[in-house]
Design a protein around this ligand. Structure first.
Ligand code: ZN
Length: 175
C-alpha cells in the first residue's frame, strides 16, 4: 500500500479553525495510513511538521519531522514522529522569537514567540504513551502543530504584523 500525497488545506477552510477531536484508536490501520500519507505530503511540500487538519482531518494528531530544507535550512534532523492525542504538560517561562511559515498559508513568514522548552506527552502509533521534553526549534514545531489541532494558526500569534514578509523575501534576506 503506497502512501498518497494529499491536498493541503489552505487558510479559509473551516477545518483549520475547528478544535480537532481525539483519536479513538491510535493503532488502527486507518490512523497508520493517515500518518503515512501525511508524512509523504509534508515531505513533498518541504515542511517540518504537519497536522491532521492540514489534510482535512479534524483529529488530534500531527507529525513532527525537522530536517534541513530549502524552507528551513538550519533545522536539525529528526526522524518523523507521529504524535497522537498530544498534551502540552508544562513549559518554560522563557520564550524565543523565531520565523515561522505554514503549508496552509503559502508565501508568508512571520516572527512568533514560542516557549523555549515544553514538556509534552503523546500516544505513538504503537499505542504507548510517551513523555518528553522538547527544546528550541523542535519545541517550536510542536507548539505550531499543537495550535493546528486547536483551530489556531501561527499568524494569530504574531505580535507585530509588520514583521510579516513574503517567502521570496525571506529566502533573499533571512536564511
Ligand atoms: Zn502550519
Amino acid at each position: 500500500m503506497r502512501a498518497r500525497i494529499l491536498p493541503i488545506t489552505q487558510l479559509g477552510e473551516p477545518v483549520l479553525r475547528k478544535v480537532s477531536r481525539p483519536v479513538r484508536s491510535a493503532t488502527s490501520p486507518a490512523i497508520r495510513r493517515l500518518v503515512a500519507d501525511m508524512i509523504v505530503t509534508m515531505k513533498k511540500a518541504k515542511g517540518v511538521g504537519i497536522a491532521a487538519p492540514q489534510v482535512g482531518v479534524g483529529r488530534r494528531l500531527f507529525v513532527v519531522a525537522p530536517q534541513p530544507s530549502a524552507r528551513y535550512p538550519h533545522a536539525p534532523t529528526m526522524a518523523p514522529v507521529a504524535m497522537i492525542n498530544p498534551r502540552l504538560v508544562s513549559h518554560s517561562k522563557e520564550t524565543v522569537t523565531g520565523w515561522e511559515g505554514c503549508l496552509s498559508i503559502p508565501g508568508l513568514r512571520g516572527r512568533v514567540p514560542r516557549y523555549k522548552t515544553v514538556d509534552i506527552e503523546f500516544t505513538g502509533l504503537d499505542g504507548r504513551r510517551y513523555r518528553g521534553q522538547l527544546k528550541n526549534f523542535v519545541a517550536r514545531i510542536f507548539q505550531h502543530e499543537f495550535d493546528h489541532i486547536n483551530g489556531r494558526v501561527y499568524v494569530d500569534r504574531v505580535p507585530d504584523t509588520r514583521t510579516f514578509i513574503t517567502e521570496r523575501e525571506y529566502r533573499r534576506r533571512v536564511r
